[in-house]
Design a protein around this ligand. Structure first.
Ligand code: FAD
Length: 347
């Protein structure tokens, strides 16, 4: 029987894989990719399955699960194998008093996937700490050490995400200096939870603890006992609008919600403005739990997470996502973009 990808994704959705391979050494990963390419097979590289929306029909080609392990430490630099689970690595760094990724506690998945969408949360992004990414470039058939400056990191994206499938990440090198205190906290909700002002620092274990509490409250820590965590995390990215588009959004929001409404705004260095997808979804009329309690629904704890309630299908999940995106478009003229990677179907 062909292996079901639903068993390998946090959404517990997705049909069968044509063939499933697992590789736990760099050489074996590269060899498996080369063999698939030489045979002209389509290839899906994955690890934790926490950012995938796989079609009900599955993926007919080869699925390669990255399962490499190992952390090499050289002073402040840590070179981590792609298959290392992310959160245990964060826990280790916090325990060792290494600052830089403490706000990224509780995020599921693998180290090797973090550069793909420049994983971020609570004011930190992995690109703040990544020195380089070692990857197999399928276009050039060679292993390269890519400096962070060449990874094209942007909000929830990178050169890897913009060129799907081209690079297979083998290892990531981070610079994580030994310091008992966190980076300055740049996220108001986290600063409040820590009882400090934005811009202040806190002991690393306190930051990790506070982040985990906040995340659990939103169903954003994978927990078999929490049906709201059967998701792919945030389903939509926060829209980044140019000044004109943001002004148009404000105008529509005032017309719809009243003259004194304040649209969330996070000005970006390039003059654009990031706004809140959750705010738009809620103000467009979608409440937590919206959907069908037996199949697919918005999480009961977090507007941005779409969940499989047990009997859902990918088709139903994507239909719910499209309903939400159409509602936001109709109410505010803003186009929401999905954050997870779609496999075997398109947005
Ligand atoms: C409950 C929950 C909370 C989450 N919270 C956050 C959050 O706060 N912030 C955030 O940014 N994300 C979050 N996510 C999304 C997800 O956890 C991250 O994107 C994570 O990095 C994905 O890792 P993974 O190993 O599961 O990748 P997978 O889902 O297996 O793969 C995701 C993508 O990365 C590619 N990929 C994976 N490994 C490699 C590799 N070695 N080389 C090349 N490509 C690879 C895959 O092809 C695919 O395109 C959350 C998800 C869930 C379920």
């Amino acid at each position: 029987m062909r292996p079901a990808l639903a068993d390998l994704t946090t959404l517990r959705l997705g049909g069968p894989a044509g063939r499933l391979l697992e590789a736990s050494e760099e050489d074996a990963i590269v060899a498996a990719v080369r063999a698939a390419d030489a045979a002209g097979e389509s290839l899906l590289v994955m690890s934790g399955g926490s950012n995938l929306v796989v079609a009900d029909a599955g993926f007919p080609g080869t699925v390669l699960r990255i399962a490499s392990r190992g952390v090499r430490v050289d002073s402040n630099r840590l070179e981590v194998a792609a298959g290392e689970p992310w959160d245990p690595f964060v826990a280790r760094c916090v325990a060792e008093g290494r600052a830089g990724i403490e706000c990224l506690s509780g995020i599921p998945g693998s180290v090797g996937a973090t550069p793909i969408q420049n994983v971020g949360a609570y004011g930190q992004e992995v690109s703040d700490s990544i020195v380089s990414v070692r990857a197999y470039d399928r276009a050039r058939d060679r292993v390269e050490e890519i400096p962070a400056a060449d990874c094209g990191f942007t909000y929830r994206s990178s050169a890897f995400k913009r060129n799907p499938g081209r690079w297979v990440v083998l290892a990531v090198t981070f610079a994580l200096p030994r310091r008992p205190h966190s980076e300055p906290i740049r996220y108001a909700e986290l600063a409040r939870a820590l009882g400090i002002a934005e811009g202040e620092t806190a002991p690393l274990p306190d930051v990790r603890g506070a982040v985990l509490v906040l995340r659990r409250g939103k169903g954003m820590v994978i927990d078999p006992a929490d049906p709201d965590s059967v998701s792919a995390g945030s389903f939509f990215t926060n829209p980044v609008l140019d000044a004109e588009a943001f002004a148009a959004l404000e105008e529509r929001a005032r017309a719809r919600l009243g003259a004194d409404v304040r649209v969330p705004r996070f000005p970006q260095p390039d003059g654009s403005v990031k706004t809140s997808a959750a705010w738009l979804i809620e103000r467009a009329g979608f409440t937590r739990g919206h959907g069908d309690p037996a199949t697919v629904a918005i999480s009961g704890k977090h507007t941005l997470a779409l969940t499989n309630r047990g009997a859902g299908t990918t088709e139903q999940l994507v239909a719910l996502a499209r309903e939400i995106a159409a509602g936001v478009r109709g109410a505010f003229g803003v186009e929401l973009q999905p954050e997870p990677v779609f496999v075997g179907h398109c947005w």
